[in-house]
Design a protein around this ligand. Structure first.
Ligand code: GRF
Length: 194
């Protein structure tokens, strides 16, 4: 069976990326990671990806600007014949032109029950709002911020004994599980519909 090819974009620690890469390595997720790209050269996840033998690339937004960086990402996608772009803590908003070019093929994970608490501080904002329940959302990226069609959601309760750190840790743990299971379903559905 030909495996779906996925490119992963990160900005930081890359624990979601690692969960996906690991699932591909064990065969739990039947996909091939073509490369891991980052907008920041010092993203910790780049070293993690390299330790799995995966090619890494830096698209330095700071030096290149968004247009040139996105052009370079698109070229890398084409060169590696990647069919999916998986965002895993990629802290840049993709331009409408980029999103249009890869319509339906860019997937993101967000640490809240969207549409609640979009943006860069979903966990902190849910905590500050005193919610009893927050969670995780996996969605297709559209031209807005954290606004595309939802593929999967899972609730994470805020427990009376929680601190923000324990609450956050449980959300991340949920992310690591739900991202790979959702991608698995997306790839299977895509194969069936071909
Ligand atoms: C995750 O909480 C993800 O939902 C959000 O950014 C965070 C990235 O964490 N988009 P990591 O780099 O995967 O550890």
């Amino acid at each position: 069976m030909r495996l779906p090819k996925i490119a992963i974009l990160i900005s930081g620690t890359g624990t979601n990326m690692e969960a996906i890469v690991d699932a591909c390595a064990t065969g739990e997720l039947q996909a091939e990671v073509t490369f891991v790209g980052s907008d920041r050269a010092n993203a910790k996840g780049l070293k993690t990806a390299a330790s799995y033998g995966i090619n890494t690339t830096v698209f330095c937004y700071k030096d290149m600007g968004r247009n040139a960086a996105e052009k370079a990402i698109a070229e890398a996608i084409d060169e590696t014949c990647s069919e999916w772009i998986v965002l895993a803590g990629f802290m840049r908003v993709l331009s409408p032109a980029f999103v249009k070019r890869f319509t339906g093929k860019i997937i993101n994970i967000h640490p809240s029950l969207l549409p609640a608490f979009p943006g860069a501080h979903g966990i902190q904002e849910a905590w500050d709002a005193g919610v009893d329940v927050s969670g995780v959302t996996v969605h297709i990226v559209d031209e807005g911020v954290d606004s595309g069609p939802i593929l999967a959601q899972e609730e994470v309760a805020r427990l009376p004994e929680d601190t923000i750190d324990t609450f956050e840790a449980r959300i991340h743990k949920t992310e690591h599980r739900i991202y790979k299971t959702t991608l698995k379903k997306v790839f299977e559905d895509n194969r069936k519909n071909k």
